[in-house]
Design a protein around this ligand. Structure first.
Ligand code: ASP
Length: 438
């Protein structure tokens, strides 16, 4: 049995959090690969190491001294080291780094030092081997990962050292130079490491007890989701539920490795388990909704034309939208009419150009734009084989006087999406949660 445990920034923010991590890791000897982010915020007004390092680089670029920030970062690492009684000469490493700091310093290298130093401290504290990401996570210049090389390097290291700590968030380019990933990228490192060693589970330790069934800013104390499939998670994530870096899903999903989201501050909580499929038997009971997510500020473009040619007229409109790089969220098609939903942000300054192009090419009888629309998705694999679900949902929303402006159901019946006025967004989420999830 082998588990890869990735700890996010808040889980390694200070010495007290390091101790929690150690307790978790030592509680299960199969946690042989530990991936860490850079130390994050200790309290809400605090700064993440990664942000401070970006700030240092900006100072370098503009020729302003970044020494106070740089020494602050050094001090934070030294504090963790001293409180944990570790023997690492951080000062010497920081003096070395300071020597190299000039306006040509690579932002990738500098910013990656957050993960680098946090991991070195963690490896020493756990008594694990420090395995630099530059020696085991390989990518090309476009950011594509070389899975074969990653697998070989991680397997070899595990054989040699048995237990390793890997810094998240960066990889080595073919030139050997360091490349950072997009923000939150340590999730990807963890997923790559889990795929490379064929882990039994990829644990992602953070500061919440799993994925919540609804946004806690809208619903009071929403329950965490116990089990969810990768497909459901994708539906929720695309509608704004953010837990994991999107690119961290694929490496583990492809290998059928379950992903467990856990809370470092409540290790006894089982968190959320994300899996490829769930046994049919357990599916027959319980609530049919897995989660609710939504986003505000969409627009609906509705077009009416007598004798509309569904195929060719729709194709022409889609072509116009594609040329303007407008991503369509939903399409509904009726006799002589169709409507398209897209994000307001994608049409902000070009909407009237787009409409006049459509008018010129299609000569419709009417084009109408509805603004300030929110999309709310009710997601649940169990909706697939239960009749009457949409009736229940629409009934509950109707009773709460929510005016549904558009409806879409994914073809795999995993989700029902309703479009409502922005002003009814919170009510819609609450009605769905209270009626079907709470
Ligand atoms: N430290 C990086 C960030 O703040 C990467 C990560 O935490 O995963 O985005």
């Amino acid at each position: 049995m082998i588990k890869v445990a990735k700890f996010g920034g808040s889980s390694v923010a200070d010495a007290a959090q390091f101790k929690r991590v150690k307790d978790i890791v030592e509680a299960d000897s199969s946690r042989r690969v530990v991936v860490v982010s850079a130390a994050g915020k200790r309290f809400s007004e605090d700064h993440k190491m990664t942000d401070l390092l970006y700030l240092c680089h900006a100072h370098l670029v503009y020729g302003v001294s970044c020494e106070p920030i740089f020494r602050d970062i050094e001090r934070r690492f030294c504090e963790i080291r001293d409180e944990l009684g570790l023997d690492i000469n951080i000062e010497a490493d920081f003096d070395d780094l300071w020597e190299k700091m000039d306006k040509d310093m690579s932002v990738d290298f500098l910013v990656s030092r957050g993960e680098y130093f946090t991991s070195r401290l963690m490896a020493s504290f756990l008594g694990y081997k420090f395995l630099d990401a530059s020696d085991c996570i390989f990518s090309d210049y476009n950011g594509a990962f070389d899975m074969e090389k990653i697998e070989a390097a991680i397997k070899e290291a595990l054989q040699k050292y048995h237990k390793v700590v890997i810094p998240g968030f960066y990889s080595a380019l073919p030139s050997g130079k360091i490349k950072i990933m997009s923000r939150g990228g340590s999730d990807i490192t963890g997923a790559l490491a889990a795929a490379a060693c064929n882990a039994d589970v990829y644990e992602n330790w953070t500061d919440v007890s799993g994925i919540l069934m609804a946004d806690p800013r809208i619903v009071k104390n929403p329950k965490p989701i116990e089990k969810i499939t990768y497909a459901e998670l994708r539906e929720l994530a695309s509608m704004g539920a953010s837990v994991l870096h999107e690119e961290s899903i694929l490496p583990v999903k492809e290998k059928g490795i379950p992903l467990n989201i856990r809370n470092t501050n409540k290790p006894e909580h089982p968190g959320t388990m994300i899996v490829e499929t769930i046994e049919k038997e357990s599916e027959k009971k319980g609530r049919f909704l897995t989660g609710i997510a939504g986003r505000k500020n969409f627009e609906i473009l509705s077009l009416r034309k007598h004798n509309l040619d569904n195929n060719s007229d729709l194709r022409k409109v889609l072509e116009i939208l594609e040329n303007h790089k407008i991503a369509i969220e939903h399409i509904s098609l009726g006799l002589d009419s169709f409507s398209l939903v897209f994000a307001k942000s994608s049409v902000e300054s070009i909407l009237y150009d787009v409409i006049s192009e459509i008018q010129k090419i299609l000569k419709p009888d009417n084009i109408d734009i509805q603004e300030n629309i929110s999309l709310v998705a009710a997601v649940g694999r169990k909706m697939t084989f239960r009749p009457g679900i949409s009736g229940l949902i629409f009934n509950a929303l109707g009773e709460a006087k929510v005016n549904i402006r558009t409806i879409a159901q994914g073809s795999d019946e995993l989700s029902i999406v309703v479009g409502v006025d922005n002003s009814q967004f919170d009510t819609t989420v609450r009605v769905l949660y209270e009626g079907f999830a709470g």
